[in-house]
Design a protein around this ligand. Sequence first.
Ligand code: SF4
Length: 318
Amino acid sequence: MAEALLHVDGLRISIPTDDGLAQILDHVDLEIPKGRIVGVVGESGCGKSTLVRAVLGILPRAARVDEGRIGFAGEDLLKLSPADMTRRIRGKAIGFIPQDPFLALNPVFTVGTQLLEIMRWHASDGRAAHRAHLVELLRAVQLPDPDAALDRYPHEFSGGQRQRLLIAGALACRPRLVIADEPTSALDVTTQLQILRLLRDLVSRFDVSMLFVTHDFGVVAQLCDDVMVMYAGQSVEAGPTAAVLDAPKHPYTQMLIACHPDRAQDLAGIPGSVASPLKPPSGCRFHPRCPSAKPVCHGPRPAQVHVAEREVACVLYG
Ligand code: SF4
């Protein structure tokens, strides 16, 4: 196994609300080795976005980190000051590709103005060198006529081209890790495939690691080396993508994969909805929806067990 670049250990995050304390993440562990693409997959409300925001240091003001560590390149990100996160980490050592290419670019500034601003903030090579670097990046993301593209406005580009611009922006300051938050969900399937191929190519070409957030196991299958499945703020199964897809162990993973349109036998889906973080079920949080649940599943939270190349949190494998 390659050395881990990002190491999330036992992360617990809660947010006080008018209705009580919402437990958003509960002892989440995640490892991203150098040069690997790790997918984080789960339904809406499972905690994927909070995990990303914790790594980027942009949690909501009310959020509380109750426990855990986010190790990145030898530092604990949770111990860095907001100024350090802004100056050295977010946008520099860790690049970010947002979800919606139609909302992420400001329509009143040219693309060049916006991308150069990222570089001006984090690097001191001078405007001409920054522009030359951006032209190279736009060529790498296969945008036609990259020099002229910098002087155009976002509305002059298609959705796929805008996503390529944002990918170039994420790579602009030569990051070591790129976080992509469902970057293909707003694109049509043909463009989605092109972007996924491009991302895989860029990861090896620019020697970066990637955390890829998605709700779609089909995207995980096409892109990710490893996958972590999240349910109701907990990691329930994590391992190499091929092993998890070929023989999923956790009942939630099995049902999530079975729901994918390529495999679904019917439209039944997973009964019920994701557990509320305000009053999560005791023991295994999936037990109200699990067809294999037993009385023991209501007791202590199932421990992570190493089974067939992956970690699984389910009493069936205790
Ligand atoms: Fe189902 Fe129990 Fe396993 Fe949870 S621990 S997934 S409820 S069998």
